[in-house]
Write a protein that binds this ligand. Structure first.
Ligand SMILES: [Zn+2]
Length: 316
């Protein structure tokens, strides 16, 4: 029964597959592509759309950090910006201004970056999108990343030199998944990929790491010793160029809506097989018939966001 329910849910998810695959690829868009996309959207986006307001915030509110709402419908006050550069990290796609997060998340990224060379044989982190200065929905990409507790880390280790501004806006991360989407690409996947994901999953405060099902398959096969960390590594669409770190709600933030913890166990059995098959079908199976007309896109109005978020985005 559980299996049937799970598959039914998976089918519902499959209907959204193509729509969802696109955001995963957006992480790779260059500055020019991203700017064009934003400009085009702003021409037709309703004035009261929440993403218009949150997308226009250039800086955080300052003050004490407060997370409000859920990962996919919320915001943050008092977010901190991750420095563009650190000894063992470099910020990518900096023109997007999405290097803001809860101070706990920023500290976590700095901590992982610091230990990555020694513990994972990973020279340093290339950090992708975190959140906007006040969180909230974004003009492009990402359904989540709204409360400053999500961060994308590229599946490419930092190189030995500092990347130029232009390189950070244009180069692409490494796709570690094989072309059949059923496993990792052995020419690109390394022990260090395994180790950096494990290192992130074992950090205090981390509740989920999202990776492509093909990556989870490799982790399941290779993991030795304690496997408890694997329960936090969750298969999801995309996430073949980067992995996504999610922290739980900070202590005492009563307006922050947490997710139920992932089910116990390593998640390497039936659930993973279902995901792999579903993904394979989405790419190579028959495509659902299309009406030919683009579906109208609904944009959440600011008034539908939690009240505190409306204040946060409008405050000076
Ligand atoms: Zn992400």
């Amino acid at each position: 029964m559980i299996r049937i329910l799970r598959l039914r849910r998976a089918c519902a998810v499959a209907a959204m597959t193509l729509a969802l695959l696109t955001p995963a690829l957006r992480a790779q868009e260059t500055q020019t592509e991203e700017m064009e996309k934003r400009a085009k959207l702003l021409q037709t986006l309703p004035q009261d759309a929440a993403k218009r307001h949150f997308g226009a915030a250039r800086a955080g509110t300052g003050g004490e950090a407060r997370t409000i709402g859920s990962y996919a419908k919320g915001c943050i006050a008092g977010a901190r910006a991750l420095s563009t550069d650190g000894p063992t990290w470099q910020g990518m796609r900096i023109s997007r201004n999405r290097n803001w997060g809860h101070p706990d998340l920023i500290a976590l990224i700095e901590r992982i970056a610091k230990t990555a060379p020694r513990e994972a044989g990973w020279r340093g982190l290339l950090v992708g999108d975190i959140s906007q200065p006040r969180g909230g929905p974004m003009l492009t990409g990402h359904a989540s990343h709204q409360v400053g507790l999500d961060a994308d880390i590229w599946l490419t280790p930092m190189g030995s030199r500092k990347l130029s501004v232009d390189e950070r806006e244009t180069i692409s991360a490494t796709n570690v998944v094989a072309s059949d989407w059923m496993d990792v690409d052995p020419n690109r996947w390394t022990d260090a990929h395994h180790a950096i994901i494990r290192l992130a999953a074992e950090q205090e405060g981390v509740t989920r790491i999202f990776v492509n099902p093909a990556i989870k398959k490799a982790l399941c096969r290779e993991a030795t010793g304690d496997r408890a960390w694997l329960s936090r590594v969750r298969p999801i669409w995309g996430h073949n160029y980067h992995f996504h770190i999610r922290m739980g709600c900070p202590d005492g933030d009563s307006a922050c809506l947490d997710q139920t913890p992932p089910p116990p166990g390593d998640g390497c059995g039936e659930e993973l097989t279902d995901w792999l098959n579903l993904q394979h079908k989405a790419y190579f199976g028959p495509k659902p018939p299309s009406s030919g007309k683009p579906k109208p896109v609904k944009h959440m109005p600011l008034s539908a966001m939690p009240e505190a978020c409306q204040k946060i985005v409008l405050s000076r």
